[in-house]
Design a protein around this ligand. Structure first.
Ligand code: FES
Length: 296
């Protein structure tokens, strides 16, 4: 004969029900929010894990080390790197260095397109490695080389000394004709003037423009787009004054200055900060002509 057993109430359930019953609306919202955060985190980790293990990217990286026997000849090394969404070329290089070859050498610092230290020749074009999304590149293999037209020191590191010399040749600092007597006094700039020089102030000295310029490749003394842009930035700044502007124009008018530019726009195309470099060079040419026109 079957009997229906009287089930004893579960103590745990009873306690939970009691707790739920006394949970305030505020506590409930907080609990639900915490639960959602845990669920979101778990989902994100699952997605990332899937991304990491499902896909990989192949890198072909330029290698050269003149100081190590057997590595003096330039060559390319291949690295296969797990891919995840949002991965940049710099991330892939760091992975390759950390997991395959700790001697792989390249520059980087800020990782947010500010310091300008990781300009490289990626898939045949000058780009910042930290700003270049792997997902945006075409082809199965990503080819990474040092900046062309620069002397290679090791692997992806080039000698930037000449580039810095050209930059310093245009005196890249604010230097007004007159300063206010009170050094705490503001030197005001009109909104229009600020707008005019705005883009030129964005330069991060990465050297991508110089590396892309055919003229700079053939004329080592050419000031180059970055230096001329820097000259533009100060020559057009109304706060410096007319005398200083004339001095700045004399620097860029020289034989290896603005007149060497053949308006090829390669510098403008590769600039990672979208500075209209060629336009700035052309404007300095116009200023130079106006400056030298004489009416008798
Ligand atoms: Fe600084 Fe790329 S690491 S610009």
């Amino acid at each position: 004969m079957s009997t229906i057993e009287q089930q004893e109430p579960d103590e745990t359930e009873t306690e939970t029900e009691t707790e739920t019953a006394v949970e305030s609306p505020g506590d409930r919202r907080r609990r639900e929010k915490a639960d959602r955060a845990v669920e979101d985190e778990a989902r994100r980790e699952t997605e990332e894990a899937a991304d990491e293990f499902d896909e990989a990217v192949d890198l072909k990286v330029f290698r050269y080390d003149p100081e190590v026997q057997g590595k003096e000849e330039p060559r390319f090394d291949d690295f296969t790197v797990p891919f995840h969404r949002g991965m940049t070329v710099l991330d892939a290089l760091i992975y390759s260095r950390d997991h395959y070859d700790s001697s792989l050498t390249f520059r980087h610092s800020c990782r947010q397109a500010v310091c300008g230290s990781d300009a490289l020749f990626i898939n045949g074009r000058q780009r910042l490695a930290c700003k270049t999304q792997i997902a945006d590149l075409d082809g199965d293999t990503i080819r990474v080389e040092p900046l062309p037209h620069q002397e290679v020191v090791k692997d992806l590191v080039v000698d930037m000394e000449h580039f810095y010399e050209q930059m310093h040749a245009v005196e890249p600092y604010f230097d007004a004709d007159e300063l206010p007597d009170d050094e705490m006094e503001e030197q005001r700039q009109s909104r229009e003037n600020r707008e005019k020089i705005k883009m030129s102030t964005r330069c991060i000295w990465c050297g991508a423009c110089m590396s892309s310029c055919n003229i700079a490749a053939g004329d080592n003394e050419y000031l180059g787009p970055a230096a001329i842009n820097k000259a533009y930035r100060f020559a057009m700044d109304e706060r410096e004054g007319e005398n200083r502007k004339q001095e700045r124009l004399r620097i860029v008018e020289q034989e290896h200055g603005v007149w060497r530019c053949q308006t090829q726009f390669s510098c403008t195309e590769v600039c990672p900060k979208d500075i209209p470099l060629t336009e700035h060079i052309q404007e300095l040419k116009r200023e130079s002509v106006k400056n030298n026109l004489k009416f008798w």
